[in-house]
Design a protein around this ligand. Structure first.
Ligand code: FE2
Ligand code: FE2
Length: 362
């Protein structure tokens, strides 16, 4: 494995979320919102947030939720989406025609460590935890590495939430990208396949366990979905018994849009922000990364009460991606040494300021 670079990143690719700036930004946005200078605050239902149980510091929670929602909504212009044809969206995946789809995502017969991971994830992914996690992971730089160094670093991790593979991560990333390549998907989509799970690097950046890195994601701050795997385990989550968070809308307003919804913290959201700030992968590719673990949303049709115009399109993007993530896991292991030059040429195209040589902030 290549060593993690310690030299400063190129100043032309700054990390947008420096911790002090984050706090300053949040405070400024909150102040603007209180003075009526922001139109986005309507995304959170203040009445619901304030209908709290005794002894809770409501204002703090309300402020924090506003702050996170604002925070998630900023920097939209950091990367410039490219024009791209969208035949890929309508085309059906071909690589998986012969595969037995029933053999995947079998959680009933999953290993004990898979069940244990979900139990812990469902108990601990509260609104409060999610606010703190965003500050912790997006508020500072944890490592400086090129894309390929990051891929190699991740390679020692086996995802405990995944019942379908025990291959290393580099194999999974390459299998996903290679299946897209065989089906003739655009190069940026192949790159999305190659990078989509790099957020699992959080396991090396002080994650509390794999429960805050991997596993299906779901909306927090509203009633937990019955479509999640092992839905009964949410009963041990304090938010399931909190009147602010356990209704259909919870702390949100109907139609507030996916940009204003807080998904349980994990590798999807982390990677989305890192790639959005430091690459020119099109918005459709960023959708694929951000929502790829939210099976209740993209597969089971949950959370439509929050959708705004354009959000169904995001789900179409994720669905176009999903087959490759899921059904390529039974393919033969690819050869990283042989494939590296092909993918580094794509990295050159979508990573500014050095492409394969660019030292990114993680
Ligand atoms: Fe993933
Ligand atoms: Fe994956």
């Amino acid at each position: 494995m290549a060593p993690v670079a310690t030299s400063p990143a190129p100043s032309s690719v700054p990390l947008v979320h420096q911790s002090e700036d984050v706090v300053k930004n949040i405070k400024a946005k909150l102040a603007a919102a209180r003075n009526g200078n922001s139109s986005d605050v309507a995304a959170v239902d203040e009445e619901a947030v304030h209908a709290k149980p005794d002894g809770q510091k409501l204002d703090e929670v309300s402020d924090a939720v506003d702050a996170v929602n604002e925070y998630l909504g900023e920097h939209r212009d950091v990367s410039v989406p490219r024009d791209h044809d969208d035949e890929w969206r309508a085309a059906k995946s071909k690589f998986d025609e012969e595969k037995d789809k029933e053999a995947f995502r079998n959680y009933e017969d999953a290993a004990d460590h898979v069940k244990a991971l979900y139990r812990e994830q469902h108990e601990k992914q509260t609104v409060a935890f999610n606010i703190a996690a965003r500050e912790k992971y997006l508020g500072k730089v944890h490592a400086r590495m090129t894309v390929w160094e990051a891929i190699e670093k991740l390679d020692s991790l086996v995802d405990e939430s995944d019942p379908d593979t025990e291959l290393s991560q580099i194999q999974h990333l390459l299998q996903t990208a290679e299946a897209m390549r065989r089906d003739g998907r655009p190069d940026w989509m192949q790159l999305t396949g190659l990078l989509h799970d790099l957020g699992k690097l959080m396991c090396f950046f002080g994650a509390e366990g794999q429960w805050d890195v991997v596993g299906d994601t779901f909306v927090v701050g509203a009633k937990f979905s019955e479509k999640c795997v092992y839905p009964d385990t949410f009963d041990a989550n304090p938010d399931a018994h909190d009147a602010r968070y356990n209704t259909e809308l919870g702390m949100y307003k109907r139609g507030c849009g996916l940009d204003n919804i807080m998904l349980s913290w994990g590798h999807d959201e982390y990677m989305y922000w890192r790639l959005k700030a430091q690459t020119t992968i099109p918005e459709a590719g960023l959708d694929m990364i951000r929502f790829h673990s939210c099976y209740p949303m993209h597969r089971d049709g949950e959370y439509r009460q929050f959708f705004a115009p354009g959000d169904e399109q995001k789900m179409t993007n994720v669905i176009a991606f999903n087959a490759y993530d899921l059904y390529s896991k039974s393919d033969d292991p690819p050869d990283p040494v042989k494939l590296r030059p092909y993918y580094e040429a794509i990295i050159d195209k979508y990573v500014p300021n050095g492409g394969r040589h660019a030292v990114l902030e993680w």
